[in-house]
Each structure stands twice: as structure tokens, then as C-alpha cells.
Design a protein around this ligand. Structure first.
Ligand code: GLN
Ligand code: ZN
Length: 797
């Protein structure tokens, strides 16, 4: 039976960044990998970090004694943690577990990173964020049990700290059992028709053991994250997901007692189920009603993406509703007045919602935002006053909770400050730039149209005179440590502009010479000047700001600093022309200009919340359109606009796809359609499974599209042809994700395979992606083989 008196404290967050304010965990983990420190030393650093984090959250306003502080630490990834918790290790790593099936720390990292011929778990995007998780591989015989007591130890160590200082009772957080299986893929060799969800009972039994162990350790609450409930993109119909949720939470919530009975201790902590990243309710089914119908004690819903439930939800009256009113996924300071009104509405007796109790929370874990605005010495004071990173968001949650409990007067000052910040942002120069708005308002569909492809193809061939099966690369060449340190020295002011330019030009010259020597047909400048394909543009465009310490975990120990897109976007000066034109001056071969597309620039930035994404995308697109014109004026006849993020921004609900694809395709076309008929527009997409975006790829109307294809054996070529795509296609023939050099025969096979499923005159020969993470030795050899293979097949046409 559910208990009705175990309320959560009235302020909480669903998770907190775990990499550390100064990326302490990153450094500790990498030094362990490099063999410079021991597992004990790494564990000690992690313990200090957890303790400091928990105490910081208390200082920021979360209660210490009531499970308000989430236990959301991870050495690498929360999904990998669930794999470790369950001992659900793929066969190829079975030798790494202990007799009890437990995965020791070094083996945990091996599963994440691979070893020799044993590939790591695949990595993919976590919902619609830029965080990547490791995909569990579950088969009928994968071991599944409660094998790892790490969470219990971490709970205990904070509840009874060894240093005798402030104790913090945390709420250990885990990927929920249903989401875990829905995100898993069938292990190799699983029989036809097997689905990971078929192992639900085993996973639930292991979670039941986990809950018993947490209860025995005295944990009052546990958090189980079930974001799979907010998407309909996973291939399991809602009815089956609903059935899985009911079975899982009957076993965990109904059948385990949360309260002590006489001499029998509690069998589990109270359970909070969270559903971040979107609305629980959709055409497919009502996930909120589903959770409300279980015997868990609390449900957290995302009220930033999702709507406030309009009426009573049966079952919710005896639960705590954690209202996720503070955005865990973006960096804007909240309008606290408006948020408090939402909460007051939810709490009003007449709301009809019937929430037994209301707690204030974040919409998602704060994993997706940096630590602290106060840590940004270079941002302007105005901009800073509009921002809330993780620490500021905890403060916002605490303020709202106080306002809700004690009335508005108790937090009047803070409401006024928030209102003032919202007003100052709306009125600040640069946020709305009339010329930019006028230009986007005047756009018509004709601005996205070019001449018919046949006409373009003829004009481009007349200009470029390329052989059949032309060879090219995706843009970047190896970023050697010399390149990186030259850039860093220039940023630190230790290298003059002139010396920096000379160094970059030397690099470009050697890259161009190498490409000529290799015999490539369309050359690139190599992108040595770019730290990152989005940041490079954000640093030069008006309307963006970049941070110093604004690191956000991308995967494992890798962090990124997404730029902040705060105002209307325009291009004060050309962005890339100087470097590209220099490269072109060194060769008679065509040089391809390299731009990052509007969708990708948005996807890898923190975007504004005061303008529809499509409008912002149009602004970025127009800046790029002007860049294309300037590249043409400098004599560049081929321009590539990369959109590796086109698929990852796809909304989590199918119903929202047409709207998204409409603006994303429009903005790409807007960025490229100003090009002359004789200018060849390329695009590059970093993936091989197009699924829902295959029609959109055609809609981009690029003259040449390069895609990842080496690992999937050119599968994508017939798929694109079937979908009606009839322009240039460059399926990657060299897998750049590994240092392995593909042989001439191997590449020849792939090229022949591609030329069989589409008109060979459309086929280009190129690697899967940019070469920046590769070393020169293997790059030279691989590209030489690629050129030889293209020539071999060319001779047979
Ligand atoms: N032009 C970029 C490069 O070669 C493309 C990178 C990407 O697709 N992610 O590095
Ligand atoms: Zn790529």
C-alpha cells in the first residue's frame, strides 16, 4: 500500500552536474585511464566531489535531512551505471566481472571505451539533449541481478560522513527499469523477435533487491527516471509500455512495503518516478494517468515542455506531485512570478488536480547546464543577470518553494529581481534588432528556391569539369597538437595576430599540397583555425556569447561549452572567406568552402526562449547566406553546409515532426539558395540511419550530400534512391572513427556497391566524416587508397 504521509521536501532538483565545477572528475578519470593514478585515488576524488556537491546543494537551499538532494553521481554515464548495477554485461566482456557478476571500476570503463577487438557499447543521444548514453545490449541470456551496491555505499557515506561534517540524506537516482529496457538493444545473437523488454521481470526483480538494500541502509526516498514515457519514437506501442509500467511498479511499489510493520522493517524507500524532457500525455496515451494509477509515492512532471494537467488525475490525490517548473535544459533565468502563479494554480483547492502534496522541482536533471553563472568572468553583467546555471536554478527552486509555503510576501524581493531581469532582457539592445527582424519578415518561399537541378548540374560540370566518381573530404584535416597549441597561445594573447595567421596559412598550405599530391579532386582548406564547428561561428556572429567555465558533459569525460544565443543574429564581417580564399589561391583544383548549417548551430548552442526556434534559424541562415555570397565573390565554386544535427533535433513526439522538418529544411535552403546556379552546394550529415528524416534530406535540395556509410555497407544509397533522391551522393567509404586504414580492395568494393544502386554519375567518393580526430599517418594512407579505388572503378565506367 502506498503511504500518504511520506512527503518529499517541498524543494528538490532531479539531478546535478557531476563532472565538477572545474571538471575535477574529468581530470581524475582521465588520469586513471592513463595509469597515472590508482582506482583508490580516483574513488577518493569522486567521494570528495560527491560530498562537496551535496553540501553545496544544501547551502543553496535544499534541505539536508529529507532526501531533497539527489544522489545523481556517475563516473561515466547513468545508463552504464544501470548496466553495472544489474551486472548486465555483454558476453564479450563477461571475463571482466567478478565471481558475483560485479563489474569493477576499471572494467566499467572498459565496457564504455572498448578494448582491442571488443567494441565498447554503442553511444547515442539521450532524448533530445546533447548528452550521449551507452546503449545496453540485452539478450535472453544476459545476466541480470542486483550485483553492485555502489549506490548504497554512496548513500551511507553522505548520510554518515567520515569527516564528521554536515551530513546529507540523499535520494539515490537511477534510470527506471522500463526506460532501461526501452533504451537497450537486443544483444548479438538474440533470436528473431526477441526484445529487451522481454526481460522486464528479471530487471524488476533486481531493482526490488536494490530497493530493499536502500531501505535497509535507511534511505527514505529513491528516484527512478522514466523519460521513455515522454516519447513515441521508440518502437514499442504505448499499450505495451503502459503494461510494462504497471507490471514494474506493481512489483516495486505495491508488493514491497514502504513502512515498517511490527518487527518487519520497511522493504523499500518511498518512490519518486520522474518523466523529464516532455509531456507525459500525447495522442498515443496518457502517461500521467498511468503513473498516477500506480502505488508510487511521488511523480515528477516536466512543466517547461509539458502542459499543466487541466483536470483531476485519479490516483494523484495521494501522491506528491513534483512540479518541474524550472528548466533543467536551458540557461535562462526563470520568470519567478509566472512560475509561482503556475504553482499556486496547481495548489489551489479548486484546481481539481487533486495533488496530495506539491513540491517544486526542475523539469529535468541539471546535468545539461553549467555549474555557476558567477564563474563567468567574461560575460557582461547584463547578460549574466538574465542567466541561471545549475546553482542559480537550485536557488530559484528554493525561492519558489518558500513562496508557495509562506506566501509571496516572503520572497517579494526575489520575485521583484526576477521580474526586473526579465524586463531588462526584453528591452536590452541586441535582443531585438529591427533590421534583422525586417529581413526575416520579408522572406518569401522564392528565397529558398534555386534553379532546377538539371540546370545546376550542367552549369556546375561546365565550371568544375570533374571526373566521374569525384573524390573529396568532409572538411577537417588532423588537428595536431601543434595546431591546438598555436590556437591556444593566440587565444591567451601569447601569439600576435600576424604570427597566428602565418601559422594557420602554413598549415593550410601543407594541407592543400598534401591533397594535390594525393590526387583528390575537390580540395578543402582543412579547418585548422576551428576549435569547434559551432563555437567558431558563434564567436564571430552578433547575438551569441561564449563562456569560459560553462562546461556541460557530452559523454563520459568529454565536455562541451555550448555558446549562448541571446539576441538577434547577424554577421558583422565575413567568417571564413579569408582562409578559404587563401587555400584556393594555392591550387588550380576547386576548393570547397566549409560552413556549419543553421540547425546544427542551434542544436549545439543554448537557444533563446523568447523567439520560436524557426525564426532564430532563419536569422542564422541569412548570416550564412551572406557568407556564401562572399565566398562566391572570392571565386569559390563549391560550398559545403554541414548539418550533422538535423536528425538529433527531431522532436520526441511524431506529431511535432512536420513542424520541425518544415523550419529546419527551410532554414537550410535559405542559407544555400542564394548560391549561383554554377556554385555546387554540398551538405554533410554524420549518420547513416535516416529513418524519419529521409524525405527531409531530399528536401534540402543540396547538389551533393555526403553521409556516413562505411560501417553500414552503403545501405543508405539504395534507401535514398528509393526515397526519390536523385542528386549527388557521397556515401562514406572510410570509417574515420577508427585508426584502421581501409585497403584499396575494400574501398573499391564499397564504391562499386554504391555505383550499383544509384546512377554512378551521381556518386562521390569521400570519407565518412571530418578527419580532425585522426593522425596524419593513417589519414594519408587511407586517402591514398581512397583515390586509387575511385580511379580503379572510374576506369570501368
Ligand atoms: N566539416 C566538418 C569536419 O570535417 C564536419 C564535422 C561533422 O560532421 N561533425 O570536421
Ligand atoms: Zn560528420
Amino acid at each position: 500500500m502506498a503511504v500518504t504521509n511520506t512527503h518529499l521536501p517541498n524543494a528538490t532538483v532531479l539531478g546535478y552536474p557531476r563532472i565538477g565545477r572545474r571538471r575535477e572528475l574529468k581530470r581524475a578519470v582521465e588520469s586513471f585511464w592513463a595509469g597515472r593514478t590508482t582506482a583508490d585515488e580516483l574513488e577518493a576524488t569522486a567521494r570528495d566531489l560527491r560530498l562537496a556537491t551535496a553540501r553545496r546543494l544544501v547551502d543553496l537551499g535544499l534541505e539536508a535531512g529529507t532526501a531533497a538532494v539527489p544522489g545523481s553521481f556517475s563516473y561515466y554515464d547513468q545508463v552504464l551505471d544501470a548496466v553495472a548495477l544489474l551486472g548486465a554485461v555483454p558476453d564479450r566482456f563477461a571475463g571482466l566481472t567478478t565471481d558475483g557478476g560485479r563489474l569493477p571500476l576499471d572494467a566499467y570503463f572498459t565496457v564504455a571505451r572498448g578494448e582491442g577487438d571488443n567494441a565498447p557499447l554503442e553511444m547515442t543521444k539521450w532524448f533530445d539533449t546533447n548528452y550521449h548514453y551507452l546503449v545496453p545490449e540485452i539478450g535472453p541470456d544476459t545476466p541480470i541481478g542486483y550485483t553492485d551496491d555502489r549506490a548504497v555505499r554512496e548513500f551511507t557515506e553522505l548520510a554518515n560522513p567520515a569527516d564528521g561534517g554536515q551530513a546529507v540524506v540523499t535520494r539515490p537516482a537511477f534510470v527506471g527499469p522500463v526506460t532501461f529496457l526501452l533504451l537497450s538493444k537486443p544483444a548479438d545473437g538474440s533470436p528473431e523477435g526477441f526484445r529487451p523488454l522481454d526481460r522486464l521481470d528479471d530487471v524488476v526483480a533486481a531493482y526490488a533487491d536494490l530497493l530493499r538494500a536502500l531501505a535497509a541502509a535507511g534511505a527514505p526516498w529513491v528516484q527512478l527516471d522514466e523519460p521513455a514515457l515522454v516519447t513515441d519514437l521508440l518502437d514499442v506501442p504505448f499499450d505495451e509500455v503502459a503494461d510494462a509500467v504497471r507490471r514494474a511498479y506493481t512489483a516495486l511499489a505495491t508488493e514491497l512495503s514502504p513502512t515498517a510493520d511490527g518487527d518487519t522493517p520497511a522493504q523499500r524507500p518511498a518512490i519518486l518516478v520522474t518523466a523529464p524532457y516532455g509531456d507525459l500525455r500525447s495522442d498515443a496515451g496518457d502517461g500521467l494517468a498511468l503513473l498516477a494509477g500506480t502505488d508510487v509515492e511521488a511523480v515528477a512532471i516536466d512543466l517547461v515542455r509539458g502542459a499543466v494537467p487541466a483536470g483531476p488525475v485519479p490516483g494523484l490525490e495521494n501522491k506528491t506531485l513534483v512540479a518541474g517548473v524550472i528548466d533543467g535544459h536551458n540557461i535562462w533565468r526563470a520568470d519567478l512570478d509566472a512560475r509561482l502563479s503556475t504553482l499556486e494554480g496547481l495548489a489551489a483547492p479548486g484546481s481539481g488536480l487533486g495533488a496530495g502534496a506539491l513540491a517544486v522541482g526542475t523539469s529535468t536533471s541539471l546535468l545539461h547546464v553549467p555549474h555557476d553563472v558567477a564563474d563567468e568572468p567574461r560575460l557582461g553583467e547584463d547578460l549574466k543577470s538574465w542567466l541561471a546555471f545549475a546553482d542559480q536554478k537550485v536557488g530559484e527552486v528554493a525561492t519558489l518553494a518558500t513562496g508557495l509555503a509562506e506566501g509571496r510576501a516572503a520572497v517579494a524581493d526575489r520575485l521583484a529581481e526576477s521580474t526586473a531581469a526579465v524586463r531588462s532582457r526584453a528591452a536590452a539592445p541586441g535582443v531585438v534588432v529591427p533590421e534583422v527582424r525586417e529581413r526575416t519578415a520579408a522572406l518569401t518561399p522564392a528565397d529558398g528556391e534555386r534553379a532546377p537541378y538539371a540546370e545546376r548540374a550542367a552549369a556546375q560540370q561546365a565550371r568544375l569539369n570533374l571526373p566521374p566518381l569525384p573524390t573529396t573530404t568532409i572538411g577537417s584535416f588532423p588537428q595536431t597538437s601543434e595546431i591546438r597549441s598555436t590556437r591556444a597561445a593566440w587565444v591567451r594573447g601569447e601569439l600576435s595576430d600576424a604570427d597566428y595567421t602565418a601559422a594557420m596559412r602554413a598549415e593550410i598550405a601543407s594541407t592543400v599540397a598534401l591533397q594535390e599530391e594525393l590526387g583528390l579532386d575537390v580540395l578543402v582548406h582543412g579547418e585548422p583555425e576551428r576549435n569547434d564547428m559551432v563555437q567558431y561561428f558563434a564567436e564571430q556572429l552578433d547575438g551569441f556569447a561564449t563562456t569560459v567555465n560553462g562546461w556541460v558533459q557530452s559523454y563520459g569525460s568529454r565536455c562541451v561549452r555550448p555558446p549562448i544565443l541571446w539576441g538577434d543574429v547577424s554577421r558583422p564581417a565575413p567568417l571564413t572567406v579569408e582562409w578559404t580564399a587563401y587555400a584556393a589561391s594555392l591550387t588550380d583544383k576547386p576548393v570547397k568552402g566549409m560552413l556549419t548549417g543553421p540547425v546544427t548551430i542551434l542544436a549545439w548552442s543554448f537557444v533563446r526562449d523568447d523567439l520560436p526556434l524557426g525564426d532564430t534559424a532563419d536569422q542564422v541562415a541569412l548570416a550564412l547566406r551572406d557568407e556564401v555570397t562572399d565566398l562566391e565573390a572570392a571565386g569559390i565554386g563549391v560550398v559545403q553546409v554541414d548539418e550533422p544535427a538535423l536528425r538529433e533535433l527531431l522532436p520526441l513526439r511524431r506529431a511535432a515532426h512536420p513542424g520541425y522538418l518544415d523550419w529546419s529544411v527551410r532554414s537550410f535552403r535559405l542559407s544555400t539558395a542564394g548560391a549561383d546556379t554554377a556554385t555546387q552546394v554540398h551538405t554533410h550529415l554524420c549518420y547513416s540511419e535516416f529513418g524519419q528524416v529521409i524525405g527531409a534530406i531530399d528536401g534540402l535540395d543540396a547538389d551533393v550530400t555526403s553521409v556516413e556509410a562505411a560501417r553500414s555497407r552503403m545501405e543508405i544509397v539504395p534507401e535514398l534512391a528509393d526515397a526519390g533522391y536523385g542528386r549527388g551522393i557521397g556515401p562514406g567509404v572510410y570509417d574515420i572513427h577508427s585508426p584502421r586504414v581501409p585497403s584499396v580492395d575494400e574501398v573499391t568494393d564499397l564504391v562499386e556497391l554504391a555505383a550499383k544502386s544509384i546512377d554512378p554519375r551521381l556518386v562521390w567518393v569521400n570519407p565518412d566524416c571530418g578527419l580532425k580526430t585522426r593522425a596524419y599517418a593513417e589519414t594519408k594512407e587511407s586517402l591514398a587508397n581512397l583515390v586509387t579505388a575511385a580511379r580503379t572503378v572510374r576506369a570501368t565506367l
